[in-house]
Design a protein around this ligand. Structure first.
Ligand SMILES: C[S@@+](CC[C@H](N)C(=O)[O-])C[C@H]1O[C@@H](n2cnc3c(N)ncnc32)[C@H](O)[C@@H]1O
Length: 356
């Protein structure tokens, strides 16, 4: 303790070190994103100890850039370097978390750092004005979201997520009508449409590019039971009814989640079910202090989820609206029984099953 300045010097020293560590790890996150996008991790997975020249050749990339990237990877202990500083290796224990092998590629999520960083200038203005940001301003958002969805949703959709809906698999086999609200690139619906040809699937989303990509894939795969339409759901009146409505990570982003939940309730058949995947956090920040991905989730909320809702003149609930508030809003929208489920593969989300 410094008596003169009344500050705990040990605490100061340890915080200074932590700040350095934050800058280091943040920078490493950006480099991991680059490694993912350039295919360097996938490439190194197939190689034994190799030089930057060999790695660059196999990856078909510029050696100078690859060498500098390898430096960051080695210092960050992502890859191992030998005593000469010339040979590099990706340890097999790291491979499942940096490549497609194993379906738990955490490098996919590192891409959000630069997606969000890309709007920093606008965010600085937003902090002053309170305005929001249009979805289109986020370069590559839908592309990264689709990759994210492949891992978080697709990997467990048929085995774990749909079975949360009472008799969900049986109903889909028999043939029901299903709507995905804020479907993005439609990965979940496309998968279900392939698996369950007797059921009909409809995906709606505000943004044109992901809807176009979903439509193209449906056409390529000749899926007659999947349609996708660009639609602003803010004040949308559904013309038809559905047996099952789903929303994956898409309600808190909406301009008016309250209105969307009400119209979802209205669009369900009498015994219809709403399956909502949304962030598993509390509306009280004190309860989120030990969340495994707490800082990342608040950052994503502040830099994307909240501004895109405000950008549509919306409520700006943000990703951290909390399961308590989500439950209340579902009840206010008219849903009767609302159950919360947690799945082992997904530490980030809560799965709500709401009955009409
Ligand atoms: C976080 S993304 C999730 C996308 C998709 N469900 C997934 O899991 O990949 C949220 C989606 O909600 C959509 N969205 C936001 N506001 C909307 C609105 N007013 N009407 C329709 N869709 C909206 C966005 O375009 C975006 O694709």
């Amino acid at each position: 303790m410094c008596v003169a300045c009344e500050m705990n010097l040990e605490q100061m020293e340890s915080f200074a070190q932590r700040m350095m560590q934050i800058i280091n790890e943040g920078s490493l996150g950006l480099m991991i994103s680059l490694g993912h996008r350039t295919g360097l991790f996938e490439c190194m997975k197939t190689m034994e100890w190799a030089t930057s020249v060999e790695i660059a050749k196999v990856a078909n990339l510029n050696e100078r850039y690859v060498r500098e990237w390898l430096g960051a990877m080695a210092v960050g202990r992502i890859v191992t370097v030998d005593n000469t500083g010339k040979l590099f290796n990706l340890p097999k224990e790291h491979v499942p978390f940096l490549t497609r092998e194993g379906g738990n590629n955490i490098a996919v999520y590192a891409q959000y750092l630069s997606v969000m960083g890309g709007v920093e200038d606008r965010l600085v203005q937003c902090f002053e004005t309170g305005e929001g940001i249009a979805y289109e301003a986020y370069d590559r958002f839908h592309e990264v979201m689709a990759e994210d969805s492949e891992q978080t949703v697709l990997s467990s959709l048929v085995e774990d997520i749909i079975p949360l809906v009472p008799n969900g698999l049986e109903k889909l086999e028999e043939g029901i009508s299903v709507l995905d609200v804020g479907c993005g690139s439609g990965k979940a619906l496309l998968m279900l449409a392939e698996h369950f040809p007797n059921s009909n699937f409809e995906g709606l989303d505000l943004c044109g590019p992901p809807i176009k990509s979903a439509q193209e894939i449906a056409m390529q795969k000749e899926l007659k039971n999947a349609i996708f339409e660009q639609t602003d759901l803010t004040n949308f009146e559904f013309e038809r009814k559905y047996d099952l409505i789903m929303a994956f990570d898409a309600i808190h982003d909406q301009a008016r989640p309250d209105l969307v939940l009400k119209s979802i309730h209205g669009a369900l058949e009498t015994n219809g079910i709403f399956l909502m995947q949304d962030i598993d956090a509390s509306e009280n920040v004190c309860n989120n202090l030990d969340l495994p991905l707490g800082s990342m989730l608040y950052a994503a909320s502040c830099m994307h989820c909240m501004p895109v809702s405000l950008g549509q003149n919306g409520m700006g609930l943000g990703a951290m609206w909390g399961v308590e508030r989500a439950g209340r809003m579902l009840t206010e929208a008219g849903f009767t029984s609302v159950k919360e489920h947690r799945l082992e593969h997904d530490v980030q989300n809560c799965y709500f099953v709401a009955h009409k």
